[in-house]
Design a protein around this ligand. Structure first.
Ligand code: FAD
Ligand code: SF4
Length: 471
């Protein structure tokens, strides 16, 4: 007998099993353990399969959410996986890192009266099951004879490469770093997204015939023009992200012990500095670490500092917690792990000792004024409120922008005033045959939006190549 809506509404949202905070703050293993099957099927029963399925409108790639949840309820996980993969090629990743609370779950009808259906937890559940149990046979169209280059192997580049390979094109991904994955491997730490999951997705692409060439910096090792006119590529997708750190430009930023979050996280994640003496690339492990910022990057940096032994690991943010753009779960986890939150506070100077090492950060308290252009209340400095937080490491996580290396080497590529590449509705840039998407177009955004761009550009490239063949 199917459950009535009233019975479904009575089932409480199921919790994600986690490693206890006291244990996990000493290691980098994943915090969330995944739903056990009986809990996943109970959570699936909370979905009302409502007619207008509002949740789907909140998903940037339009997953058939009630469809895959109904399959979980029926314990038909293969069908659930097929539904998920039809819209999203990286569900094991998005199930872990998407900000569901501001996307699908925010619109979920059950959430109007209580807590929304845990769509992200269920997505991860199905993706993890599929990874271990399903040999996905991906249908590949006959070879088209067309060659496409993809610049950058983040979520935008990987998605675009996968979609193009399915359509029968020969795809080569050029990645500047020594390991593919973009922010998924150099930025987001293992305790949120195990690298093995990203590696498996890359392997799937390779099995589909995608070639991945690491240590190639397009714009330096080779140019876009060279790819198109010397290397014989028929089209290019640029998904090189927005990895250039922005600094506060306050006095003392050149002291030893100041990092951008990107450098700090790259050292720890990509270069494995958390392994200590076994790693070739070191990282400073200050007794006290201060991180400035309120997004996911800031949260990842401060929780990383905590795991490397910082006491305190302190997060400084100039607005209040309500305005923080970080995922709610990460804020909650950071607090559980003992991260100190200094809200409505802004660093104004980094202070050093005689040897040039950071000794503290001078901060100022802030009040909140009227909303600014971002819609959030504007932080206003409070006169005479300055104080110092002693620390040995200071990490800036206030944002990133487009790295000009590739775009400066390609002067005809049209950019906006922030240096991001301008594209049309099909994802094509001002250069015929050159497409772009992800953070290099949007500025720092999200994994799922980057994937959506990669998918859209793949369609644009396919149409462009088909027209070129026809004419
Ligand atoms: P990227 O992931 O940045 O990948 C670009 C790739 O291009 C990189 O591998 C880079 O090395 C390579 N590249 C750059 N220049 C060149 C060149 N000239 N030649 C060749 N290769 C080049 N989003 C979420 O949705 N949820 C989260 O929880 C989340 N947490 C985050 C945590 C951190 C620390 C950071 C930094 C970002 C986070 N984001 C999160 C944002 C998200 O990761 C990005 O929006 C997304 O990765 C953008 O994808 P992309 O493919 O456009 O670029
Ligand atoms: Fe299910 Fe919520 Fe989507 Fe309705 S809005 S179909 S209850 S997940």
């Amino acid at each position: 007998m199917p459950l009535k809506a009233s019975e479904r509404m009575k089932i409480p949202r199921q919790a994600m099993p986690e490693v206890p905070p006291d244990e996990r703050r000493h290691h980098f293993r994943e915090v969330n353990l995944g739903l056990p099957p009986e809990i996943a099927s109970l959570e699936a029963k909370r979905c009302l399969a409502c007619k207008n399925h509002a949740c789907v409108a909140g998903c940037p790639v339009g997953i058939d959410i009630p469809g895959f949840i109904a399959a979980v309820e029926e314990n038909d996980l293969e069908e659930a996986a097929n539904i998920l993969y039809a819209a999203n090629v990286l569900p094991g990743i998005t199930g872990r890192v998407c900000p569901q609370e501001t996307q699908c779950e925010e619109l979920c009808l059950v959430g109007k009266k209580g807590k929304p259906v845990a769509i992200g937890y269920l997505e991860r559940y199905v993706a993890d099951w599929a990874r271990l149990n399903l040999k996905r046979a991906i249908a590949i169209a006959p070879p088209t004879g067309k060659k496409v280059a993809v610049v950058g192997s983040g979520p935008a580049g990987l998605t675009c490469a996968g979609e193009l390979a399915k359509l029968g094109h020969q795809v080569t991904v050029f990645e500047a770093l020594h390991r593919p994955g973009g922010v998924l491997v150099y930025g987001i730490p293992e305790f949120r997204l195990p690298k093995a999951i990203v590696d498996q997705e890359v392997k799937t692409l390779e099995n589909m015939g995608v070639k991945i060439e690491c240590n190639v910096v397009v714009g330096a090792t080779v140019t876009l023009d060279g790819l198109m006119h010397e290397e014989g590529f028929d089209a290019v997708f640029v998904g090189n992200g927005a990895g250039l750190p922005v600094f506060q430009n306050i006095p003392g930023e050149n002291l030893k012990g100041v990092y951008s979050a990107n450098e700090y996280l790259t050292r720890v994640n990509l270069m494995s500095a958390y392994l200590g003496v076994q790693a070739d690339t070191p990282v400073l492990r200050g007794q006290a670490v201060v991180v400035v910022g309120g997004g996911n990057t800031a949260m990842d940096a401060v929780r990383t500092g905590r795991r490397l032994g910082a006491e305190p690991a302190c997060l400084v943010y100039r607005r209040s917690e309500k305005e923080m753009p970080a995922r709610v779960e990460e804020v909650h986890h950071a607090k559980e792990e003992g991260v100190r939150f200094e809200m409505l506070t802004n660093p104004v100077e980094v202070l050093g000792d005689e040897a040039g090492w950071v000794r503290s950060v001078r901060c100022q308290r802030m009040g909140l004024g009227e909303p600014d252009a971002s819609g959030r209340r504007r932080p206003i400095p409070i006169e005479g409120s300055e104080f110092e937080i002693p620390c040995q490491v200071f990490i800036e996580a206030i944002g990133t922008k487009a790295n000009p290396l590739l775009t400066q080497a390609t002067p005809d590529l049209k950019l906006n005033k922030w240096g991001n590449i301008v594209v049309d509705d099909n994802g094509m840039t001002s250069l015929p045959g050159v497409f772009a998407g992800g953070d290099i177009v949007r500025g720092g955004a999200t994994v799922i939006l980057a994937m959506g761009d990669g998918k859209k550009a793949a369609v644009g490239i396919h149409n462009y190549l088909s027209k070129a063949t026809a004419s």
